[in-house]
Design a protein around this ligand. Structure first.
Ligand SMILES: Cc1ncc(C[n+]2csc(CCOP(=O)(O)OP(=O)(O)O)c2C)c(N)n1
Length: 354
């Protein structure tokens, strides 16, 4: 298993990353963690409907995006929102989607947290597990066909490796040498199904061999190792050498979503063991050793992010819902008569309660 940063934050073979990028990577990891804490609280208070945390998995998403170009396309699973922040999307954009308000680019039509961001080349997540794997392979094939030097990176979990689309996507990409990074976040659980019930393979990374694709297992809680592996894979893909498979070993510290109670299927002691391997703490030690971070910077950054989150939540909550017409629009160019009638009925019904 590739590991560049040891658990105590030391390294002997770090890739070249400018100091300002290292600091940005850390700041974004902390932002994702703080956003998770807020998202869960808002759902518990009944202010948003649903939340999907990525606590414990911050190093994979941020390490990957830092190693790619902004023009590369990301096909997320649903625990990678840090990528859009790294690419400059404001918190408000995402928090508006949680509330499904009038400023939500998805017009309140999607489950909160299942958000795509066009400006960040961050494709809409698909709820059916594994579908993004074939999409990423196909889009990469199209890009290569057009001689664009872009690549696609697709995130999926250990559970998704049991989907039909995993087989189709891996096979298609390997045969046609598409510029795709297949990034499996092995967080040990697929809701309540442990890894031991998901596959009989010794490593998920071994599956790549069966498709004739190079691949490796890496420590997914080591952001520098993630960066190095993704950078190498991206350089190869851009040179026309085809796809690469990465299995990142990590752990979902929180619930699967706010609809899940992990105490029903796993021991607290297991969670505590992984909490000690927190990717944020490890990276912080590394930055402190280099003199790039300290307690004062930590305090200031946390205060700044929390203030921005609170302001964005207040604004999102104060923004009304999308116009009622949006329930009917964007399907037909010309709205058919029966939908026009239903829209009129709905408007009259609504007026009774105004
Ligand atoms: C085709 C399909 N089957 C089942 C589900 C229900 N489901 C949602 S998430 C999930 C587990 C996915 O686990 P994994 O791929 O390991 O990703 P993780 O959630 O751990 O990040 C399941 C079974 C679904 N969304 N789609």
């Amino acid at each position: 298993m590739r590991q560049v940063l040891t658990p105590d934050g030391n390294t002997s073979k770090e890739p070249k990353i400018p100091n300002k990028d290292l600091v940005k990577m850390y700041e974004m990891m902390v932002q994702v963690r703080l956003l998770d804490e807020k998202g869960i609280r808002l759902q518990r208070q009944g202010r948003i409907g649903f939340y999907v945390p990525s606590t414990g998995q911050e190093a994979t998403q941020i390490g990957l995006v830092a190693a790619l170009k902004d023009s590369d396309w990301i096909f997320p699973s649903y625990r990678e929102i840090g990528i859009v922040f790294y690419r400059g999307i404001p918190l408000q954009h995402i928090i508006d989607q949680w509330f499904g308000n009038a400023n939500d680019t998805h017009k309140g039509r999607r489950l909160s947290c299942l958000v795509g961001v066009r400006e960040a080349n961050f494709v809409n997540p698909s709820a059916p597990i594994g579908t993004q794997i074939v999409q990423a392979a196909g889009v990469a094939y199209g890009m290569a066909h057009k001689k664009e030097k872009k690549i696609t990176a697709v995130f999926f979990g250990d559970g998704a490796t049991s989907s039909n689309d995993f087989h189709s996507g891996m096979n298609f990409a390997s045969v046609l040498k598409t510029p795709t990074i297949f990034f499996c976040q092995n967080n040990q659980w697929a809701i309540s199904v442990p890894l031991s019930r998901q596959t009989a393979s010794e490593k998920i990374a071994d599956k790549a061999k069966g498709y004739g694709m190079p691949g490796e297992q890496i420590d997914g809680n080591d952001i520098i190792g993630v960066f190095a592996a993704v950078k190498e894979a991206a350089d190869k893909a851009r040179k026309g050498e085809g796809p690469y498979f990465i299995e990142a070993i990590t752990y979902r510290l929180g619930p699967h979503t706010t609809s899940d109670d992990p105490k029903k299927y796993r021991e607290d002691s297991e969670v505590e063991q992984w909490r000690a391997k927190d990717p944020i703490l490890r990276f912080r030690k590394f930055l402190e050793n280099k003199g790039l971070w300290d307690d004062k910077k930590e305090k200031t950054w946390r205060e700044e992010v929390l203030k921005e989150i609170d302001e964005a939540v207040d604004k999102a909550e104060a923004t009304g819902p999308p116009e009622i017409d949006t329930i009917f629009t964007d399907v037909y160019k010309e709205m058919p008569w029966h939908l026009k009638e239903q829209l009129e009925d709905l408007k009259q019904f609504k007026r009774r309660y105004e």
